[in-house]
Design a protein. Sequence first.
Length: 685
Amino acid sequence: MIRKLFIFIVVFMTFTFLHSQMTEGFTYLENGDFEKAEAFFFDYLKTNPNNKTAKLCYARAVGLSGEPEKATSLFKDLLTEYPEDFEILINYNESYLWSKEYEQAKPLYESLLKKYPKEFGAVLGYANTLSNLKQYEIALEWIEKAIALDSTNRSARTSRKYIRLGYANEFVNNQEYDKGEKLIHHIFEDFPEDKDALLNLANLYLITKEVDLAKATYWRYATTQKDTIIARNGISLAEHIGEKDKEALKVATRNLTEVKNIYDFELTERTNDRYIQALIWNGKFPKAKKEIRVLEEKYGTRDWLSALKATLGLYTGDPKSSIAHYDAILQNDSASFDGNLGKANALFAADKIMPAYQMAFKTLDYYKNQKDALGFIEKLDLMHLPNIQEHGAFSFDNGKNQAYFTNTTVEIPWSTKFRTHLSYMYRSTQNTASGNEASSHVLLAGLQYKLLPKTNVMLAMGVNNSISMNDRYSQPLIDAQLQLQPFKLQNLNLGYQREIQNFNADLIEREIVQNHYGLNYNLGTNFNLGWYTQAMYTLQSDENVRSLLFTSLYYTLLKKPALKMGVNYQYITFKDQVPIVYFSPEQYQAFEVFVDVREEFSEKLDFMASAATGIQKVEEDPDTNIFRAELGLQYEVSNYFNLKIYGKYSNIASATAAGFEFSEVGLKFKWMFTKQPLYQKSVGQ
């Protein structure tokens, strides 16, 4: 008996001694100092090579310090020595999670659970495996089982938190926002005001454009100086989404000052990033460019700086440079969301439609069901759907002329480069004073082909059949245009058009053919100023010649609502004066100021209004006042059908005479009668 007691005391003291020797290593493991733990147990095993616990701890330290495959091999060796040992089995299975081999881990855990269905570690490990495989619904069921086995275990509740975050993100990607929001709110039951949950919740509100809720959630996050800076970066973005760019810049500017008091390299970068974004949103392009240059000198080439340069290129009408910057990002990280979808947008801006499609689909390969990528593809689809357009209107003037017309156009895009159209217009006009009546039937067939990005050729040919009280005739019609962008922010249209005067019954009866040779040129700038010019030279079948010049200088005052003001000048001269037949002064000039406002009342309803007033001078006659205005309301019934009503008034001189007043009310609609383009998007351009 004494001998047995002695043996027990020796064994107990030996175990206690060895365990106390390993305490330091256990502490390293518990504190996450895995490299120190690995070194400790490596040295320990030199003198105690057969200690099972030390071998297990060493293998665990190896795996957690960045060598999971080696850890798996070590655990496998231990299983050969200690088969069916639960502690070794559970660590062996977990090593596959460290190496992200979740498919291999799943059957191992399932096998383990058959033998140990009530073991907390096995149930928790299986739940984490399912979560990593994005099988969130089943993962939630198993994590609840784990919590039922040990309701006080914090690691299980932490796992439930991340499962809920992953599941919520899946709902958000599928645009099931209410379900995602509900899951995130459940996290607060375990971890009140959890930081990860708050950031995910704020991001959800940004996606759904619930700006006030996003801002309120960010303020909940702001409990420390560092977290306040993180929150303000999010609030600045929220202000931008809410179309308050000045406020976004104000928040970002304040944050840039305060981040200097925080010695956090990554947060400083993110804050500088948001500040320059806010500069770009506000059109402060020279300053943004300067700030980027300063940061490049400080940080060197970085992906977030490349992204800023790419964004600047898109805002300043230089998509070629944007494409190059996004390519630089993708060279470093082929799965970059900003790089992939950013390049898609840059390719679209460069008018390279099929490559833009391909980059958007590539984005979806990495980010399944991502809302912005899906929306981008839908936008491109809508631009290339077969459609029917209808335009009907009634007009009248103080010369007792009344007219009704309807124009129906069917457009078929066969590819991103080639589309055709067929249109029919009927116009009926009469003079209520003279009783003169006439009508026109115009049939046109045309095509448009993209020779190069931003270089299109358009050609339409048809016939005009006119009927008056005294005559009936047919005339061929031609409309040819070359549309191009010779330089950045510049658009130039060159064209020829053969048409028949059909403004009123008297003009229709005279069968006046006009051959127009013209150009339209628009110059934009990065400082809200624009200049538009139209020049036209017209040869008429009655041997008269008309020259026309119209030029407009305009400035964009606001983005929301879109408010533009400017001045217009118009000059017209005719070779021959035939005032009895039509308005044909030797010299006509008009000068006016105008304002144009456009507002989105909602995602479905748009409003526009424009007005211009000034003076006109006909030859040597005294100046007369002019005024014209137009109002329009457009409603998007669905993505595939929109409707617009409008009305306009003008007293500016026209083809009939000076001193007249003209009014028109009309209706337009556009219906996309297929849901998908006719071309195959997978085919390269």
